[in-house]
Design a protein around this ligand. Structure first.
Ligand code: BTN
Length: 320
């Protein structure tokens, strides 16, 4: 842990309390100058720390994505995460893929405050321009499983994220098949899971689960083509910081992943935005219309076509 992280750990452990430079220095076995320097760095990063003359430092609520803030909220059952936080990067998924090739361990988590080339499904761009209210993160797993098992990671991620969002925002979070998260009919989060398979063994060597969340991005700052479709979890001042949501997602995700009895399919169906709805989709340039009637245990959407025939979709995009 760096000095900065050690100081932050102590400040976060006793919020609302003034801690003197002397106390911090003693507890960490450091000089008061080292403490002062660390405090200056933390302030520069956006932490709201008040320096009270002759008394010490007071940590006030701040929304700065940071390792200490995430780790302190994780359940003990979450495996040891290797967390990297960058200011900006082309795409956290792309960068984590490179890190995986260079030997990054399973459970590596990469977060960036902004992305220059955020990627969405179907090769689309993903708007990731706000350093103030977005969360852009990717999680690396080394699952060693056959390709067919990929869908349950996607489903678990969507359920874990929707449940984490509901915990901090008093509105239902719904999942638009396959894994977009909506609140009040606006997309607030998207997921891009990518698998790297060993050609010979057909085993998945790396899974990269990329998540983009509009935490508190003002609507007016979305590009015009997203103005009617995108939303943020918080339209006004957030009631918690982003670390709380990130940790809550990770707690849910690992709980569902590690508990073979966890019934995530029931939540996935219950939270579905599309079940029972009229939907349309395009397959080989033909538009089909029907009603989404169920989701199979492996995540396929069953659509009863207007012609009366049932069709099973395993991927793609549907319109409502
Ligand atoms: C979608 O809605 O089509 C999926 C969006 C996924 C965006 C996230 S942001 C973090 C990670 N890095 C990327 O480049 N994409 C994913």
């Amino acid at each position: 842990m760096t000095t900065k992280q050690k100081v932050l750990t102590l400040l976060l452990a006793q919020p609302k309390q003034i801690l003197s430079g002397e106390t911090l220095a003693q507890q960490l076995g450091l000089s008061r100058t080292a403490i002062w320097k660390a405090i200056q760095e933390l302030k520069k990063e956006g932490h709201n720390i008040q320096s009270k003359s002759k008394q010490g430092y007071l940590y006030l609520p701040s929304d700065v994505i940071n390792q200490v803030g995430i780790l302190k909220l994780l359940d003990p059952t979450v495996p040891n995460l290797t967390i990297t936080i960058l200011d900006t990067i082309d795409s956290t998924n792309q960068h984590l893929k490179k890190m995986a090739i260079d030997g990054a361990p399973s459970h590596s988590l990469l977060l960036a405050k902004t992305q220059e080339n955020g990627r969405g499904r179907f090769g689309r761009n993903y708007f990731s321009g706000s350093s103030e209210g977005g969360i852009y993160m990717s999680l690396l797993l080394h699952p060693n499983q056959i390709l067919a098992d990929m869908s349950h990671y996607t489903i678990i991620t969507a359920v874990a994220l929707a449940e984490a969002i509901e915990k901090i925002q008093n509105r239902p979070a719904q999942i638009k098949w396959v894994n977009d998260i909506y609140i009040d009919n606006r997309k607030v989060a998207g997921i891009l899971s990518e698998a790297v398979t060993n050609f010979e063994t057909q085993m998945i060597e790396n899974i990269i689960i990329g998540i983009g969340i509009n935490f508190s991005i003002p609507l007016s700052t979305f590009p015009s083509e997203l103005q009617d479709k995108a939303g943020s979890i918080f339209k006004d001042t957030p009631i918690c910081d982003r670390n709380t949501l990130i940790a809550s997602f990770l707690n849910n995700f690992y709980h569902l992943l590690n508990n073979t009895s966890a019934d995530y399919m029931t939540s996935y169906r219950d939270k579905s935005l599309v079940l029972g709805e009229k939907v349309s989709f395009i397959k080989q340039q033909i538009t089909y219309k029907g009603t989404a009637i169920d989701i199979t245990d492996s995540g396929e959407l069953i659509v009863k076509l207007d012609s009366g025939k049932n069709t099973y979709l395993s991927s793609g995009e549907i319109s409502l």
